[in-house]
Design a protein around this ligand. Structure first.
Ligand code: OOG
Ligand code: MG
Length: 261
């Protein structure tokens, strides 16, 4: 039997102390994915108990670029809270994090609750109030971002911060064909299209809604859903400027500075 509370606290402490730790599976080689989601649930419960509000959900490892980079070949699900949301133009204080990286994502804002079974890509689009360009800042609590599937699940899929661009109506785009160019300090670094995430970013939302349904949960109206990094993530150091342009869907940029929050 895994000590869910112990491992949840362990990861929260690593985050608070900005100290990377070895993956849990180094000590608990039999950790299952279900147990890892229990650790994640407990970790989120503790964040809520200390005053944070759940504002949405995220998928990770939905693109081949990310799966290959991280060596994990299936999508993972996590939770985002208000404490992770960066305000418009708010710089990212890198000293508050361990080894942050930024990745471009198409983000959905739901207008209706959504839960499986049977949710399709089209149902997900129908339930969407708006879409926007996003940059997720991930910050694995594990040394060197080294983890297995259960490790990254327990660690709330490396969730740390996220920034959102202006909202657009979902009907204005074929999200599979929206292009994405990531620039670091003004130079092109990574490129992709929306189809990089499971063929269509709304497929990611549908997949998560079906999982929620199996657990007797739902995605909630008003929630943001991050559909997963389209490209590999870019390491962030103080003084960097990372920008992700998604054509007509908009643009989002992040300036990283020294200092903590
Ligand atoms: C895991 C989180 C992955 C994404 O969008 O693929 C993720 C990681 O790479 O540390 O958020
Ligand atoms: Mg991500």
């Amino acid at each position: 039997m895994i000590d869910v509370a112990k491992w949840a606290e362990h990861l929260l402490e690593a985050e608070a102390e900005r100290r990377a730790v070895p993956p849990i599976t180094d000590a608990e080689s039999g950790l299952t994915v279900d147990e890892a989601y229990e650790i994640q649930d407990e970790l989120v419960r503790r964040r809520v108990a200390r005053g944070e509000t759940v504002v949405g959900a995220k998928l990770g490892l939905t693109s081949r670029a990310k799966q290959q980079a991280m060596g994990v070949d299936e999508p993972v699900y996590g939770v985002v809270t208000d404490a992770m949301l960066l305000a418009a133009e708010q710089p990212l204080a890198v000293d508050g994090l361990i080894h942050p990286r930024a990745e471009p994502e198409i983000v959905f804002i739901l207008g209706e609750d959504l839960a499986g079974p049977g949710v399709t890509l089209h149902d997900a689009l129908d339930a969407t109030a708006a879409v926007c360009a996003g940059l997720e800042v991930i910050d694995s609590r594990y040394e060197d971002f080294r983890f297995t599937l259960p490790d990254v699940v327990a660690d709330n899929t490396s969730a740390a911060r996220f920034a959102l661009g202006p909202r657009s109506a979902v009907s204005d785009f074929d999200l599979a064909l929206v292009g994405c160019v990531v620039e670091v300090d003004g130079l092109p670094h990574e490129t992709a299209a929306g189809a990089a995430t499971l063929g269509h970013p709304a497929e990611a939302v549908a997949r998560l809604a079906n999982r929620q349904g199996r657990l007797g949960r739902s995605l909630r109206a008003g929630w943001v859903v991050l559909s997963g990094g389209l490209t590999n993530a870019v390491p962030l150091h103080a003084g960097h400027h990372v920008a992700a342009a998604f054509g007509r869907l908009g643009h989002i940029s992040l300036r990283s500075v020294a200092g903590g929050r």
